[in-house]
Design a protein around this ligand. Structure first.
Ligand code: CA
Ligand code: CA
Length: 194
């Protein structure tokens, strides 16, 4: 009985050890979702339906500065008062750059009419080394009948991927500053790739 407990414990320790040091090996990177801001550069919602007030913009800014900003922003976006605002229809591409290797591009769409769409197909890269040459560039649009609105481009650095790997869960990386609050967060799932 005692031996079984010890065996179980050592197995648990091995799993824990493996999960806490993914940077020593290769990882699998998945972009799960994005969180889009409220307005275009002209202050209007993405499809020009509804009104976003100065108070909404100020509250969103406060949420972005909160200690757990991803949760604060999600709670803010769920406010009933924002239900009448037309939501974006995300489409875009994400490209992995890895040293001298050819760039690996993935194209996807988000759930239509959503402020926080999951991506389909979710961009995935396998056997990604977490060294300084690794980065992912993401460019997003709001799809329209004509003339899609640009949502902007942001970069996910190797250090961001390492932080996501360390968390062991979907890591919400804030990218609001890179896009002027057009895109607020990107969800990253980074796990060891044996
Ligand atoms: Ca639009
Ligand atoms: Ca649209």
């Amino acid at each position: 009985m005692k031996r079984l407990v010890l065996l179980g414990l050592s197995g648990w320790l091995l799993v824990g050890c493996h999960a806490s040091s993914p940077s020593s090996s290769f990882v699998q990177v998945r972009i799960t979702d994005v969180t889009v801001g409220l307005v275009k550069t002209d202050g209007r919602p993405w499809d020009d339906v509804g009104v976003v007030s100065a108070r909404d913009i100020a509250d969103l800014s406060s949420a972005l500065g909160a200690p757990d900003a991803a949760i604060a922003v999600t709670n803010f976006l769920a406010r009933p008062a924002l239900e009448g605002i037309d939501k974006p229809d995300v489409l875009g591409s994400a490209t992995l750059f890895l040293g001298a290797a050819p760039p690996a591009k993935r194209e996807f769409k988000g759930q239509p009419n959503s402020q926080k769409p999951s991506l389909d197909p979710a961009p995935v890269w396998r056997n990604v080394p977490l060294d300084d040459s690794t980065r992912i560039e993401v460019t997003l649009f709001d799809e329209d009948l004509v003339n899609d609105d640009a949502l902007g481009t942001f970069v996910i650095q190797a250090a961001d991927l390492a932080a996501a790997a360390e968390s062991g869960v979907v890591h919400q990386l804030q990218v609001a500053k890179q896009t002027g609050n057009s895109v607020l967060f990107v969800g990253l799932l980074v796990v060891p790739d044996p």
